[in-house]
Write a protein that binds this ligand. Sequence first.
Ligand SMILES: [Zn+2]
Length: 250
Amino acid sequence: METEQNQLIEFLEVLIKRCNGKLSHTVYRKPIHTDRYLHASSNHHPSQKRGIITTLTERARRICDPQHLEAELDDLKEACQSNGYRISDIDKSMRPRTASRQDPGEQLTFASAYLQTLRSAKDKRDLLSAAGVYRIPCTCGKVYVGTTKRSVATRIKEHQRSCRLGQTDKLAVAEHALSEGDHNILFGEARLLAPTSGYHARLVREAIEIHKHTNNFNRKVETLQLKQIWNPILRNTRTAPEEIPLNDGH
Ligand SMILES: [Zn+2]
C-alpha cells in the first residue's frame, strides 16, 4: 500500500495532486527517469522518430488537466531537444492531430531519399550466395531441406547436376526426382531458410527445419536426430504442407 506524500501520490503514469480538497493530475515520471528517448541521429525511419514525440504529446493531453498541460508540454519540448530534435520538427509532431485533419492546408507532406536503414537478418533470405539451411520444393508438394557451408547457389547446382546424371545414390533430391510419379524439382523456387554458420549450428537448424517441414523427402539417415530436450519447443512449430509459401519473399 502507498500513501500520499506532500499531498502527492502516483498511480501508474499519473501523478495525482491534492489541493484545497480537489484532485488534479499530471504525467508521472519515476525519479530515475532520464528523459532519454530514441535519439534524432538514430538510423530509424523518420516516421518512428516523429511517432515518439506524437505519442508523448498525446499522453500529456490525455493525462494532464488544463492547469498542468502547458508545463508538461514545455518539459516534453525540452526533452526532445536534448535528444537532438529540431524545434520546428518537434512543433510539427506536437500539433494536435484533429487540428491538422480539419485544416488540409496544415497537413505535412514528407518526402525523403532514405538510404540509411536497419536491416534484419530476414533480408538475407533471398540471397542464395550465403551459407546455411535451404529448401527446394517439388511439383508434388514435397520439399527437400538441406544445409551447406558454401553458398546455397553452389549447392543447388550440385543437386541439379546429380539429377541430370541420375546419381540417385549420391543425393536425395535426384533420388526423389527419378522416383515413381510426376516430380519436377523447382530449383528456381529454392529459398534460403536461415543463414547459419558453424558446423553444429547448421546441423541443428537443418534438423529443426526438417521437423517443421513435415512434407519433406529427406533421407532420415543423413540428418541429425534431435534430442528429446527439443520436444517442448518443437511441438508447436510444425508447418502444415499447405501453409508453406513457396515465394515467401520477406
Ligand atoms: Zn516430388
